[in-house]
Design a protein around this ligand. Structure first.
Ligand SMILES: *Cc1c(COP(=O)(O)O)cnc(C)c1O
Length: 226
């Protein structure tokens, strides 16, 4: 096996152990491989090892990789500016960082009719700090209502990035937000947890973890956001 296959197996084992510890179903978490800054060859290795869903932060970089692997499932997990919504609506299967109605509207209007609705998550602020991106606890329900009404989007749930070293209560707060809206909006996805904190996130109900470093190794300095 190559190193990436080994790493993937180790990450999947960590997820399984965390699910078992939380007495959750062993299929309850999807693994998103975060491939930002890593070359297409590494994505190909991960794919050979059975990985299907990939997350990218920078639109331009993602488009290049998609051209080489159009049949994989691509998630945008970085900030989205309104001048990039068209290509994102055309090429991605998921956008996890919706935090404004304006962006959601554009994505819905620009999603091609021939494609299924675009899967979206609302990014929530896990820390309550004004400096962090994501919607506040107070604003999430009204944004969810607006997004759920858009015809070409499928609102699947919430995404959060607790700050490094955040206490478990931060994760629990996100979970409470998710549980509070779940039945109203038919949520099935809580995207939370990365290389260093996936156990905590799985313990607090994450259904998707976004893992980069533990699969692909350390990143080089990222490109300027595109
Ligand atoms: C880079 C990134 C990840 C992956 O982080 P690692 O610590 O490398 O696992 C997950 N989510 C988001 C939003 C990211 O930007």
């Amino acid at each position: 096996m190559n190193a990436i296959a080994d790493n993937l197996q180790a990450v999947r084992a960590r997820i399984s152990r965390a699910l078992e510890a939380a007495r959750r179903d062993d299929k309850a978490v999807t693994l998103l491989a975060v491939s930002k800054t890593h070359p297409a060859a590494k994505i190909a290795e991960a794919r050979t090892a059975g990985q299907h869903a990939f997350g990218e932060n920078y639109v331009q970089e993602a488009l290049e990789k998609m051209t080489a692997a159009p049949d994989l499932e691509w998630h945008l997990i970085g900030p989205l500016q309104s001048n990039k919504t068209r290509v994102v609506a055309e090429r991605f299967q998921w956008v996890q960082t919706v935090d404004r109605e304006k962006i959601a509207k554009r994505l819905s209007e620009q999603r091609p009719a021939a494609l299924p609705p675009l899967n979206v998550l609302i990014q929530v602020n896990a820390s309550g700090e004004a400096t962090k991106s994501g919607v506040s606890h107070r604003a999430v329900e009204s944004l969810a209502k607006a997004v759920a009404a858009l015809p070409r989007l499928r609102l699947r749930g919430l995404m959060a990035i607790p700050e490094p070293g955040a206490p478990r209560e931060r994760y629990a707060e996100v979970r409470a937000m998710f549980d509070g809206l779940k039945s109203q909006f038919g949520f099935d996805t809580l995207s939370m947890g990365m290389s260093d904190d996936l156990e905590l996130a799985v313990a607090e109900g994450a259904t998707m973890v976004r893992v980069g470093t533990a699969i692909f190794g350390e990143r080089q300095k990222p490109r300027a956001a595109a």
